[in-house]
Design a binder for this molecule. Sequence first.
Ligand code: ADP
Ligand code: MG
Length: 585
Amino acid sequence: MKTIVLLDDLTINQIAAGEVIEGPYSVVKELVENSIDAKATRVEVEVRNGGKTFIRVSDNGKGIDYDDIDIAFERHATSKIRSSQDLEKVLTMGFRGEALASISSVADVELTSKKENAMIGYTYSVRGNVAGKIQEKDCSQGTTIIVKDLFFNVPVRYKFLKNDNSELQKIKKILIREALANLDVSFKLINGGKTILKTSGNSKIKDAVYEIFGKDVASNLIEIDYTYKNLSVKGAIGNSRVEMPYRKNEIFFVNNRSIENDILSSGAEQAFKGALKIGKFPFVILNAQIQPNLIDMNIHPTKKEIKFQNEEDVFKLVYHAVKDGLLKEEFLGKDDTRNSEEIREKYVNKQESYLPEKYASKPKSNYLIDKIKNANNVTEENTLEIEAKLQKKEKLNYKFIGVVFKTFIIIEINNEIYFVDQHAAHERVLYEQVKDSYNSGKEPETQMLIIPTILPLKRSEVEMVMDNIEIFEKVGFQIEDFGNNTIKISGVPSIAYNLDSTTIFQDTLKELSSFSRTSKQEIENKFVATVACKAAVKAGMVLTFKEIDTLLQELFSLPNPYTCPHGRPTTIKYTQDELEKLKLK
Ligand code: ADP
Ligand code: MG
């Protein structure tokens, strides 16, 4: 018996609808994007019951020609591309020609449209792919699409819809994003007769933010307009007074399309590091313009995910754009439009008096220079904090004799001679730092990687990592199971920031497997020791005098500085008598 058959059109469209149309919000998104592609300047959305029973999208766009009305509902019918070559340069929101076919396969759809300058408009209905006749209709220019009884013929899907209010919130979220991406379009959302969102579409981002998020955010806004290499980004960010409890107001667009992407959000969050309290998130609306041939939009059915050809450049674009904005506001007040080059010219090296009060007493402070350097440097070190910590402790007085074998630092303290092993000493210092933060329960210090590392491992290794993920995270790694026996590393402990993240991760993993049968406490201690050991300066590395001094100060402020975490001595010391005796042997 023949068991393989070709599916009929309705079934094919319903399968496609399964991918594109998850619920009322997806219908709204597809229809609104069609309106935008049709160059509308006004889009009005009306819904009832969170869109489950009724959705109307009306626009004043260019309308649909009589000859195109029924074909617009065919699958893969589109006016926007002609061949696969066009995929490389699409800038319209739609191009798959799937939305109308999919929606009408699972709902009741009525389209009414009139072309610019046409005498008369037309109306046409399709319900579950059963089409009516095209009829003349007197209406104004543009297109109105009404969608009723969504999923009337797919009860399973209908059952999965949330309550009316949840569905409405999803629609609102979509419209907010459309409004922010299309500042020159006026949007209105009406629910059960009440207007719940309205933007003027006057092209000003500040006004849109005011209309959507309210006065508090709008009055603390920094506008962004930044170019890096051949990429550019526009938008706005909240200043450090705008702290969000969640990530949901980090909104990104690429070529006006709303996108969720780790590279973009970590670029922004890294740039905000230090400006916001730990655990708070920034307010960010950024729209990057990137040539379509440098991205792949076509990896997700509703196009909300994206792949960049050059992820590092995209990260830097966002990072520098945000840093630049924060820096400008910090030094010049929020309405200044001068760029950071000019700020550098004017203030760096010249104006001591421009320092914030708490640094003003520090003679010849490098604060400004550091700040601006940091703006161009992704690996930001909080040197001031470290300095402050050091100042609190008593300073160690010693006479510096020298360094031998690029490994042993020789100093004299109170008539004793010390040989300090630089690697063991640094290891000990880092061990204490990692252990302190490990046991404090505080957020670990993590350095986010510009480009997350995807590391292929053995299945057993992936399992070991996932079984011990808590330990990794507590020392500052940010990792996740990335599927197909790979691990994604997106952050490493701050103390290891300038090291090869793959090597340090693999080394710690190797250690972990060697002590996997001991108690949890012991595993934790050894793990912290391994991280410290891997991150410590090596024997044979040449240190500057300042580095040597910092190391010695830190080492000798520890309660027991004389052994490394593995129990090896960091230091050997002799009194004059002991040296004499050695000589006699
Ligand atoms: P796509 O947007 O991918 O081309 P759709 O199924 O969403 O596919 O729409 C099919 C076609 O119908 C579009 O290419 C466009 O020509 C036409 N169309 C749909 N909505 C509108 C609208 N609001 N105004 C003008 N034309 C529209
Ligand atoms: Mg479309």
